[in-house]
Design a protein around this ligand. Structure first.
Ligand code: AVJ
Length: 316
């Protein structure tokens, strides 16, 4: 909670202004993201769903051929829509493992704990509510089995390119040689397809971004006028960065009682909200190598729009 306020303040005091996308996910944010995932424009989830619905036996074979025994940790588990294919398959194969879903949303972990063991009889689940690295460390303390870490949904795309290698190296540092990482990347494709995924006709992504202002209003007694900001996503086909901004439509001052501070916005001043980085195959391979992993294989959907790469923790 303290971290939340401090990060919000840092972002609003900065020039140019930004807000951290990880705070999108309050109860309303979770619901909006669910709706985004089933919107016609947001292809990512459907592509990765296709991979897991069709290729789970091959994925399970690969995991088992590298590790006879392991626990499964999923970073940013959400509703486990895709990973439940793998969980079912592994339970079916009578593999003894514990599933540690990690999520920043307490709400999500509560839901999973209630529903997943019912949906998959025999599943051992231990939910971890918190940030990725801290919870990965926690899972390590709870069990010394080798780990298979799932990081799906292109969540890695929420990091700036220069932070991605650092983050992956941090993940690697919490793992042991031979541990596996299954990581989902959204691939570079027709820019129009990418851009419309972040600018859906129903306005879900717009509401998703504005909801963070609403959350700040509620939790920190602020007075953001949600009608005075415009959702504006851009995609750079060279870097592969898709960025969402909220643009202040007028000169305005926003007060935040909890912080005893106010923030001025110029007309058309942007607030950077989120990056959703897209990757080429070569960029994915290079990323594995620079962060201390050995790429084993990548599973793709039939359109080649999305890839789930499997990497092995390499020697130091
Ligand atoms: C959950 C980070 C993968 O960047 O595509 C969806 C979040 N933002 N629509 C993404 C998101 C706007 C999503 N990730």
């Amino acid at each position: 909670m303290k971290g939340f306020l401090n990060e919000i303040l840092r972002g609003l005091r900065a020039c140019p202004k930004y807000l951290p996308a990880k705070y999108f996910y309050d109860e309303t944010g979770d619901r909006l993201f669910q709706q985004i995932m089933s919107s016609p424009e947001y292809y990512l989830t459907r592509c990765e769903y296709e991979i897991f619905s069709l290729k789970t036996p091959a994925i399970a074979d690969l995991l088992q051929s590298h590790l006879p025994l392991f626990d499964l940790v999923e970073l940013g588990a959400g509703d486990c829509l895709k990973s439940r294919f793998l969980l079912k398959e592994l339970v079916h194969r009578n593999l003894s493992f514990t599933f540690y879903p990690v999520d920043i949303s307490a709400n999500v972990i509560e839901q999973l704990t209630q529903t997943l063991p019912e949906a998959i009889p025999g599943l051992k689940l231990h939910g971890l509510n918190g940030e990725y690295l801290a919870m990965l460390e926690k899972a390590r303390q709870l069990s010394d089995r080798p780990k298979v870490v799932l990081f799906l949904g292109a969540n890695i795309g929420n990091l700036e390119k220069d932070q991605t290698g650092i983050f992956l190296a941090q993940i690697r540092a919490t793992l042991k040689k031979g541990d596996l990482l299954c990581i989902g990347f959204d691939l570079k494709k027709d820019p129009d397809i990418i851009l419309s995924a972040y600018n859906d006709k129903a306005g879900l992504t717009r509401a998703f971004n504005l909801n963070l202002l609403k959350r700040i209003n509620r939790e920190f007694e602020a007075d953001f006028d949600l009608t005075a900001f415009k959702h504006f996503p851009v995609y750079d086909p060279v870097s592969g960065a898709c960025r969402s901004f909220l643009i202040s439509l007028k000169q305005q001052r926003v007060n935040m009682k909890t912080a005893g501070e106010s923030f001025c916005f110029e007309p058309y001043e942007p607030v950077f909200m989120e990056i959703s980085q897209k990757y080429s195959r070569d960029e994915i391979l290079a990323l594995a190598l620079t962060s201390g992993f050995r790429p084993l294989t990548t599973f793709c959907d039939s359109k080649h729009w999305f890839g789930d790469a499997i990497w092995e923790v390499d020697d130091k």
